[in-house]
Design a protein around this ligand. Structure first.
Ligand SMILES: [Mg+2]
Length: 262
């Protein structure tokens, strides 16, 4: 079945955003300072909060769910009661990082979005993060894109990443967060496409699970060496870069990896 539209997660797919750093630095500061006593009664150490833990436990979830999951993972007593404080401190931290410009778009993702646009595929962005729009609006699409024909879009100078999408549900509150499918079903509805004819591009296990729960096909983007996790979560194709996705196959509604040059 041909794809009617593509739904993109933002953090870790389109944008190399500073969420992981913000979650990690915030917890370290809390544990060294106001939560010193809690730290002593948990199994938290800064070293234990590595990228694999971030990807599996925190990434993709709504803020307070992610905060609670991390605190539970580290055995912090009364994790649920501390999640709001951790989530709020993390939010303050990431706003500082965003305003300092501590992020960039992934070039392979920009190429993929522009190619999909050339194919005439409607596209939506669907991040649980309330910060996604601010990130997307701060990334000016390069003109011309390296390796791409000049003026691929006939777009205005100063077009930002957020302008490339036909629908945007980032930060909208849905009844249930990922791994439930609500956000992707909402994005498909806004785009006017059927879930079963939608393609989701995700980097987090919770997001892959959300897409599969919505009856969609999914590309898992394993930028952090977590191919196995994404495959286990049900991704239909796992790549380490979106440059690996075969564009001709995509246009026909199938998912395949480009053949490596001999
Ligand atoms: Mg993500």
């Amino acid at each position: 079945m041909a794809f009617e539209g593509i739904l993109f997660d933002v953090d870790g797919v389109l944008v190399d955003s500073p969420h992981e750093r913000a979650w990690r630095d915030t917890l370290e500061e809390l544990m060294r300072g106001p939560w010193k006593d809690l730290a002593a009664r948990s199994r938290y150490t800064p070293e234990r909060f590595d990228t694999a833990v971030y990807q599996e436990i925190v990434a993709g979830k709504p803020r307070e769910d992610g905060a609670r999951a991390a605190l539970e993972y580290f055995g912090v007593p009364d994790a649920a009661a501390h999640a709001a404080e951790y989530g709020a401190a993390k939010q303050a931290k990431i706003l500082g990082l965003i305003r300092a410009g501590a992020f960039q778009a992934f070039p392979d993702a920009l190429r993929f979005v522009l190619d999909a646009r050339d194919m005439g595929l409607p596209m939506a962005v669907a991040s649980s993060s309330k910060n996604a729009n601010e990130l997307l609006a701060r990334i000016v699409v390069p003109e011309p894109m390296p390796g791409i024909r000049p003026d691929p879009l006939g777009k205005e100078p100063g077009t930002t990443l957020v302008d490339l999408f036909d629908a945007n549900v980032c930060g909208r509150t849905f009844p249930r967060g990922k791994p439930y499918p609500d956000i992707f079903l909402g994005a498909a509805a806004d785009l006017g496409v059927r879930p079963e004819a939608s393609l989701v591009v995700e980097d987090a296990t919770s997001g892959v699970q959300a897409a599969k729960a919505g009856g969609m096909r999914v590309i898992g983007v394993a930028r952090l060496g977590d191919e196995e996790l994404l495959r286990a979560a049900g991704a239909d194709l796992v790549v380490t870069s979106l440059d690996e996705v075969d564009r001709d196959a995509l246009a026909r509604g199938t998912l395949a990896r480009v053949k490596k040059a001999a």
